[in-house]
Structures are given as C-alpha cells and as structure tokens.
Design a protein around this ligand. Structure first.
Ligand code: HEM
Length: 511
C-alpha cells in the first residue's frame, strides 16, 4: 500500500502525525547532550562563524560590553571553538585558583606551534610534565631575582646611552613607542646573548619587524584557529598567515642558530657575567635535569623571552609616560619624589628604585588601566568543570578579561580615573593574590618574568622622569592626548606618543 492511498483511507492521519511528534518529544525528551548541561549565557550567534564577527577590532572592549548584558561568565562560539570569557574578580578566582588545574593548559594554535618549535617553549606549551620541568627551570634558573639583579649594569649602560642621545638632541621630540621598544630590545639582547646586536639585521628585516609580526600573528585571534584543523592551512595560505609565520620562524631561527654557535666556539673568552644562553648551555650539560636541553629547546625559550619581555615592558613604559602627560599633578608628584630621593646626580642608579614608593603606585595604576596582555594568554580547560555554577566542557578556550576586571566599578571607585593614590595603604600587589588586579595573571600560568618586567619599567621611566621635564608637542593640551588602544598579543597605544624633552634645570629644584 502506498502512502497516498493510506492517507485517502485515513484522512485524519497527517494531522494525527503532526500532533504525535511534539507529544513524543515531551514523553521522550531529546537526547541532545547540550540540554543536559547548564551552559553560561551566550549572545546570539551566526552559523559557522558563531560570535567571531562580534569581537571587533578591540576584543577586550567588545567582550567587556557584552559582559554588562550577559554577566561575568559568558560562553562564545568562535567558529568551531567554544570560548569561555570571565570578566569579574570572583570568576577570575574560580578559573585561576579554584579550578586552576582544570583550566591551565593552552589551546594548540597553528601559529604558536610553528613559532614555539612545536610547543617546546613555556608560554604556549600544553600543561603536563614537560611544561612543569621547563617552568621549574625558568623560575629557578633563568628569571630569579638574583639573576635579574645581576644584569643591572646592562640596564644602566643602555639607559645611560639613551639619556645621552636625548640630551644631545633635546628639545627634538622623542617618539616613545619605537624608542622604548629599541631600548628594551637592546637590554634583552644583551641579557640573552651577551651582546646588544644593536642595528643587527635579521635575514628578512629588523628584529623589531619580526617581533612585531609575531605579536600580531600570535594574538590568539587568527581565523585558521577557529575553523576545522584540516582546512586551517588553507585559510592561513589565503590570508598570508602561513607565509608570514614561516618568515618569522626563519628569521628567529637563523639568528638564534648564529648566536648559539658563537657561544659554543671554544675560542670565545669566558664572560664576566653569564648571559641566558651561557646558563642554558650549562644546564644542558647537567645530567640531573629531566628534560635534556637541546638547541631546539633553547631557541624556543629565547622566543618566549623576546615575545614575553620586549613588547610587554616597552608597551607599559609608553602607557606610564602617556598617563603622566595626561595627569600633570601626578607627573609633578612623581618627579618631586624621584629628584628629592636621588639629589643631584647624572642619572638614577638602579639600586635606588625600590625607594620610589609613589612611583611604584603610578606603575600599578598604569597596569590596572593598561594591562598589556588584556585577556592574559588564552587558557584551555583540560576537563569538564563548573565555573560560576555553569558547566564548562573540556577543551573550552578560556579568556580572562584582565582589562575589564581592572575597571570593575564594584572594586574600583571612578575606575576610569588615573589616581595612583587609590593603592595607598591597600594590600593589592602584582603577585596574583588579588583577583581584582591581574596584569601578570595568577596561578600556575602566571608570568614568571614579573621581576624583570617591573625592574625594567621602573628603572627606565624613573630615569626619563629624573633627567627631563616633558612637554606635549605643538602646544597640545593633556586632555587632547589620544589614548586609543591597538589589540594584539599586547595592547599597545595606537597613536605613537611624541614627547618634547626639556633638560632638567637643577636651579629650579626646591626639594
Ligand atoms: C610588564 C611586563 C610584563 C607583563 C605585564 C607580563 C604579563 C604576563 C601575563 C598576563 C602572562 C599570562 C598569564 C596567564 O596566561 O595566565 C604572562 C606569561 C608569561 N610571561 Fe610575562 N609579562 C611581563 C614581562 C615578562 C618578562 C620580562 C618575561 C621574561 C623574561 C616574561 C615571560 C613570560 C612567560 C614565559 C609567560 C608564560 C608562562 C606560562 O605559560 O607558564 N614576561 N606574562
């Protein structure tokens, strides 16, 4: 019997079947697994791309705005990647402390795989035995405060050089973004390789260009990561990412190969202070280490140092100077502090920077408003867990919006105001114990380079503020200063900061 004759015989059958379907659904609820879970709220999404189109040019700001509507725990669908976004101190505590172990691996992104020598580094390596060993080595051997201090003479020499140049050319305006980048880069080169490689050309352009490119490519928002891994390479090819990544990788690799070879040359004189490559070569000879350090491991760690140290520190220095230019009251107070402590000297010796208590608050306040890693480095869940009472499945990407958390009005009075005094007498520090303040993250993946980063920022900026008074060019008023951000692996100041240096006249000192 065919269906038409069946329906002719029983004309009520189509209506009955139509009614039956919802009844079956009611009696036997859908086996759709997602219904078993209590997922966090999500904004509506489009097929295939999900919420990708809603991130905009400044994902830190777009996600912050969404959190006003959807709350401090949200679930986004970025292409095929479920992404949890947390935007309040309480929820950050759940991710970075209560569920730190569940949330502390990294997503395996194509770009990061290439640039980190197949995840042999620390920053992009997945959580596990290998990461733990590398982290231990970095924290106990490479980035200890003793080692950071031992490089004081490098910082003093490079900053002295810069101060001389600015004095010589004053009052020619200084372009801060490039100047700070070059300075930090020279310092890190000397710490890592023993020589400054000033003006050194990579195979395909200058080091700055390569770091710049790498920072953009690794921002964690490249299209190929959000679609099928099988077709990711096609997207990379079309967008040019594949080619740019290869170029970055080759540039780093050729350069690192050359400097490691120089260090292995037996005719090289024994250095007074070991640089990072010397330390790693020493560790490579040790039998007791679990991970046998090869050249590839060393190169991967060097990539981390360049990407982790140069841009974060120099971006912070620019924001410190920009905020001080916008706030002449704070500028005067901080300059008075530094000059009265140091007195009349050619420059600020590094050993004195711990005495600048008010300036430390200025740096704190700058990092509250401008944490360079605004969304930290993306984390990923290792297994299913509950955040804020919501279910979060394994392999979900996790973004902690440190930028939004630093502006949470429940935690900070007048959050948009630059007021370093807000930290006075408060026990809020950089160490990741205060979840309303996370410029270096918290928990297992917290930044291991805090000491080095803060020392550089405090030392460089205190010298600039001590040796010069600064003016905005062309009679620009402080409130006219453009403070727009540019998103990448680090949040930079979009419009370069130009400042006019005026050599400080000690006759004016009333300290
Ligand atoms: C002002 C300077 C700096 C800031 C604001 C900063 C901030 C951060 C942040 C937010 C993270 C990610 C934490 C997370 O994912 O939960 C991080 C990780 C990291 N930072 Fe820094 N950082 C700075 C300087 C440095 C320096 C100087 C170095 C190296 C010498 C460094 C090396 C690293 C490394 C290797 C990681 C990855 C750690 C891991 O995944 O286990 N950073 N940093």
């Amino acid at each position: 019997m065919d269906f038409s004759s069946l329906f002719l015989q029983f004309p009520w059958l189509p209506a009955f079947l139509l009614l039956l379907i919802p009844i079956i659904y009611l009696i036997f609820p859908s086996k759709d697994k997602t219904k078993q879970y209590n997922f966090p709220p999500s904004p509506p999404k489009l097929p295939i791309i999900g919420n990708l189109h809603q991130l905009g040019k400044l994902p830190n700001q777009s996600l912050w705005k969404f959190s006003h509507k959807y709350g401090p725990v949200m679930l986004f669908q970025l292409g095929r990647v479920p992404t949890l976004v947390v935007s309040s101190p309480d929820m950050a505590r759940e991710v970075l402390r209560t569920h730190d172990l569940d949330c502390c691996t990294r997503p395996l992104s194509r770009g990061q795989k290439k640039i980190s020598y197949d995840f042999l580094d620390l920053a992009f390596s997945p959580y596990g035995e290998y990461w733990r060993e590398m982290r231990k080595m970095c924290v106990m051997e490479l980035f200890t405060s003793k080692r950071v201090q031992s490089y004081w003479y490098v910082r003093e020499a490079e900053v002295g050089h810069l101060i001389e140049n600015i004095k010589r050319d004053a009052p020619t305006p200084v372009e801060m973004n490039d100047t700070m980048f070059t300075l930090t880069n020279n310092v890190i080169c000397r710490i890592a390789f023993g020589t400054s490689h000033r003006g050194n050309q990579f195979e395909h352009g200058e080091l700055k260009q390569v770091i710049d490119d790498a920072m953009t490519l690794l921002s964690g928002f490249s299209a190929s990561d959000f679609f099928s891994p099988r077709f990711g390479w096609v997207i990379d090819l079309v967008t040019g990412l594949h080619w740019r990544l290869n170029r970055c990788y080759k540039s780093f690799d050729t350069f690192f190969e050359k400097v490691i070879k120089e260090h292995l040359d037996s005719s090289r004189p024994t250095p007074e202070t070991e640089d990072i490559i010397d330390v790693m070569l020493g560790l490579a000879k040790e039998r007791s280490t679990v991970v046998k350090l090869t050249k590839q491991h060393m190169k991967a760690i060097l990539v981390d140092i360049f990407l982790g140290a140069v841009d974060t520190s120099s971006v912070t220095m620019v924001w410190v100077m920009a905020e001080l230019m916008r706030n002449p009251r704070v500028m005067k107070k901080v300059q008075d502090e530094i000059r009265s402590i140091i007195g009349r000297k050619p420059s600020v010796p590094e050993i004195e920077i711990d005495k600048f208590t008010y300036f430390r608050l200025v740096v704190k306040e700058t990092l509250r408003l401008h944490p360079p890693a605004s969304l930290l480095i993306p984390h990923e869940t290792i297994r299913q867990c509950k955040i804020g009472g919501y279910d979060v499945l394994g392999k979900t990407r996790v973004l902690v919006n440190a930028w939004a958390i630093g502006r949470d009005p429940k935690m900070w009075d007048d959050p948009d105001e630059f007021r370093p005094e807000r930290f006075e007498g408060k026990d809020i520090d950089f160490k990741g114990q205060n979840f309303e303040y996370l410029p270096f993250g918290s928990g297992r993946r917290m930044c291991p380079g805090i000491n080095m980063g803060l020392t550089s920022v405090m030392f460089v900026c205190s010298n600039l503020l001590y040796c010069f008074d600064w003016k905005l060019p062309n009679g620009m008023k402080p409130e006219e200063l453009n403070m727009e951000e540019e998103f990448g692996l680090n949040l930079r100041k979009k419009v370069p900061l130009h400042l006019v240096p005026i050599k400080y006249n000690w006759e004016n000192f009333k300290g």
